[in-house]
Design a protein around this ligand. Structure first.
Ligand SMILES: Cc1cc2nc3c(=O)[nH]c(=O)nc-3n(C[C@H](O)[C@H](O)[C@H](O)COP(=O)(O)OP(=O)(O)OC[C@H]3O[C@@H](n4cnc5c(N)ncnc54)[C@H](O)[C@@H]3O)c2cc1C
Length: 434
């Protein structure tokens, strides 16, 4: 029996692990799928925040429900388990005679540790692991560097190299459906846990939210349909992307990309099709540009490993960091001297979403103006963000805190940012009232 262990690749299309497991050379051998709610990602972090908060947990449950339906259409059961993979997977191996395991390759600290514990389980000795990088736009094997250590530290240099020389692989098709009897292999699909069972409360819907979308590939594809093809707002993207209010100022694709219900390759392929069939302009190009930022932070994390989480960051810079619990609470609650910071933090607390402009400002305020431990800010984001992605979150936090890859080491003038991006105070009024 073959087991596909789903991580942040929650889709049945353009999925290397699933495609390999279903490949013809393996014949009709049963294929089963698994998602593990790993308790380490639902525990409290060192700053006391739940590592996965209610907004992302809700989005994850919706994504899994959608994935389970997609896999059912392929006659593949999706088993759901709550527990450490190093315990759950060996049990499945022993019970069902699993001989091959297929998964997306991850490299960050906690994901590596989970995999190392799994490999160490005696039951796994006879299991063949197949791992593939599947979260990038540009596959690591296609990079023109012999070693990851040769990757440029500055985004522009990275972009110039990858943009000019490199192919972007086409998305893989969804595998063919298996025989109907495969659907009941290993006892068939299992129900999802509730939010309450995960120790979280149901988030209240806020009508002001800029991210009112559901999780899952179906909703992600619908968002591409709406943002690209129906409204054609993608043709205005570069001019609207610094907006603060509503669903349309930016693509909002990040949350589906983060848990892999959409792949970066498929977004890119759809963008290229739109450019061929409707229009290509500077705005449509800019989405490609931003997807390269996403890849860049993944490569920076691949290059620097656990330095991603170090106080001195990848630059090993020494600042006089402090951590004042009252300042942390005031920042989180939106009670700072800056109404622009407060509006963003209130939006974040109420919805799990914040614009890129907001994220830059509140991070700069926390780390550069207050000089508070940037990792506490990053941890609050990790807890709260619907679109949390370990590479993008810690990479951007380092960048904005002066310990990452910003060659100019900028500090935001928050008063001026508020005037430029919220000149009529509409955004601040929306979240703070009058
Ligand atoms: C402090 C801080 C923390 C952040 N944490 C995360 C995070 O955990 N997860 C996350 O996906 N993004 C993170 N970002 C990056 C960025 O803010 C979001 O990707 C973006 O706001 C998501 O909205 P969108 O999908 O509408 O983006 P768009 O503007 O429509 O961009 C399209 C896509 O490009 C990628 N992208 C855009 N900007 C960036 C960027 N600066 N870094 C990496 N990728 C980018 C995203 O995948 C995004 O979906 C963070 C930024 C900051 C300043």
């Amino acid at each position: 029996m073959k087991l596909v262990w789903f991580l942040n690749n929650l889709r049945s299309h353009d999925n290397q692990a699933l495609t390999r497991a279903c490949a013809a050379e393996h014949g009709d051998e049963p294929v089963i799928a698994l998602y593990c709610f790993d308790p380490q990602f639902f525990s409290s972090d060192p700053f006391g925040f739940p590592r996965t908060g209610k907004f992302r947990a809700q989005f994850l449950l919706e994504s899994l429900e959608d994935l389970q339906q997609q896999l059912t259409d392929l006659n593949i059961p999706l088993l759901i388990r709550v527990g450490a993979p190093a315990q759950i997977i060996p049990e499945l191996v022993a019970e069902h005679g699993v001989t091959e395991l297929f998964l997306q390759r991850e490299w960050t600290r906690d994901e590596r540790a989970a995999l190392a514990s799994l490999r160490a389980a005696p039951a796994m000795d006879a299991v063949h692991f197949h791992t593939d990088y599947d979260q990038f736009l540009i596959h690591p094997d296609d990079l023109p560097f012999a070693e990851v250590t040769e990757l440029p530290e500055v985004f522009t240099q990275f972009r110039q190299v990858v943009e000019q020389q490199l192919p972007i692989r086409s998305p893989l098709p969804t595998p063919k459906a298996r025989l109907a009897r495969n659907l009941t292999a290993a006892g068939g699909s299992s129900p999802l846990p509730t939010l309450e069972a995960l120790g979280l409360e149901q988030p209240a819907a806020d009508p002001r939210s800029a991210f009112p979308f559901l999780g899952g590939s179906s909703a992600g594809k619908q968002r591409i349909e709406d943002y690209f093809w129906r409204s054609e707002n993608i043709t205005r993207y570069k001019h609207t992307r610094n907006g603060l209010i509503g669903t349309e100022y930016s693509s909002k694709l990040s949350a589906w990309l983060a848990n892999g219900s959409l792949s970066a390759r498929e977004v890119y392929a759809e963008l290229k099709r739109f450019e061929r069939e409707i229009r290509a302009n500077e705005d449509t190009y800019w989405l490609h540009f931003e997807l390269l930022w996403r890849d860049y932070f993944k490569y920076i994390s691949l290059k620097h490993g656990d330095r991603l989480f170090a106080l001195g960051g990848i630059r090993a810079r020494e600042y006089q960091w402090q951590l004042d619990p009252e300042k942390l609470a005031a920042w989180i609650d939106g009670r700072t001297p800056y109404d622009f910071v407060n509006a963003n933090m209130r939006e974040f607390a109420a919805t799990g979403w914040m614009s890129n402009r907001g994220r830059q400002n509140v991070a700069s305020y926390w780390a550069k103006e207050l000089q508070q431990d940037w990792r506490a800010g990053a941890a609050w984001f990790e807890s709260q963000l619907i679109d949390y992605d370990v590479h993008s979150n810690y990479g951007n936090w380092m960048y904005n805190s002066g310990v990452g890859n910003d060659p100019r080491d900028r500090r935001f003038n928050i008063g001026r940012q508020a005037e430029n991006y919220d000149p009529d105070k509409l955004y601040r009024k929306l979240w703070l009232g009058n």
